[in-house]
Write a protein that binds this ligand. Sequence first.
Ligand code: HEM
Length: 482
Amino acid sequence: MLSRPEGAPGSFRPPAPRPPEKRLGFLRLLSTLRHNPLECWSADFFREPIAAFRLPFADALLVHDPAAIKHVLVDNAANYRKDPIQRRVLANGLAEGLLSVEGERWEMQRRMLAPLFARRTVTSFGAAMLRAAENLVARWRSLGPGASLDMAAEMTLLTLNVLALTIFSDGIGDEYGDFRIAMTAYFGLIGRIGALDLLGMPDYLPRPGRRHLRRTMAYFEGIIDDIIEKRRQRLAAPDDAPEDLLTLLLRALDPSTGRAMNLAEVRSNILTFLSAGHETTANALAWSTFLLSQAPEWRARVQDEADRELQGDGGGLFDRLIVTRAVVEEALRLYPPIAALSRMAKGGDRLGERTVRPRTLIVIAPYVLHRHQSLWDRPDIFDPARFLPGATRKIARFAYLPFGIGPRICIGSSFALQEASIVLAMLCHHFDFELMPEARVWPLQRVTLCPAEGVPMRITPRSRKGGVAGIADGTALSQRTG
Ligand code: HEM
């Protein structure tokens, strides 16, 4: 249940399952995995550096020791591939994209896609991120004072809007509504790890919902192929194409072979960016707003910073949002959108005292790691000060991994942090938000770690001295971005 803000500032303990003292028995484990995998983690995992676990189809090691994590994800990463369950869940339309491919194909794609997420490129997307936030602010203002809304749903729309603007510029056009509906259906389907997957059953056995997923995918692919074709035609006439992710994707060449991506790879990577960048960032934002609604002292600090930093032109804005970013990073610690990473050992290995046999499943759960008692001071307390400049050196390397680490680290991490910080600052600048009294906020692990019943909030436009980031006064900050 939700703990209300009470006691001294800095003592807010956000809602989270209380880990059972004893590990769950097999049947309980299966049902809890289906219901909410977050509730499977017993207390020992939050204390032990490495814990062994037996699954029906494999041995598993739960690894939350920074040195061992470094070994698996960085030093000996070649021995640890993404595991079959994860790949099965991700397959479908994403099969040819960066998230799913392996080996040389992954290396080639990563080289080709790196410039799309380089700092300069991501900075240039700041104006589109601001524009999406401004559209949201304008819509919320039109609802009138005291409107109630579900922050989780709103943030999902917003992050989709940011991706639409940064991938396609204005390219989805009238299809946007249908596109969004199909996409929501798609996420609803891919997220469920079924019992057949958990039991390690082969892929050819039919899974419920898969036919529906194929239809949804086919619909998507049709729209995306159409957009790609139109953009290819535009690119044939130089100077007439927006510098968005789609243009960059179509122009990307492998530096070592000079090869461009084929249609399936371009399409799969667009779907990958939409899938990987959409719910993850939306959850980071929904949790951030929730946490701020419960911690008035931090909300005031973010509001002060936003009021000050949104005054000028938008240039360099992200670098100036220091407190706001710390709040986002703390939200990513407490509620990491990707709650668990998994790998399968190809060959035998050693992790500290433990022997790793071939085909051992390695699970590194940022959710557990970020609340590990040996790595964090007051791990269950909301305290963004951990991420303020100067304090971060106290965080052990490999103890904070919301974006993973090593060769397969999230390619969109700067994009996501910039987007979440800009949007959070804009929202705090324009509105006060308050959790609805009947709200029951609870973390649920699906594909991402989301609030189970959303985050119902009442929003009230703030009255400010001096117009800032003037949406109401008609000078959008996105147009002033230098
Ligand atoms: C708060 C938001 C985000 C979080 C928490 C997040 C988290 C992650 C994590 C943990 C991984 C590594 C998975 C593993 O090692 O098994 C990953 C990979 C990836 N992410 Fe993100 N992500 C976020 C936003 C984004 C965005 C905005 C994009 C793109 C627009 C993106 C694209 C990708 C891609 C393509 C990969 C695969 C990289 C590879 O395998 O080389 N992510 N993400």
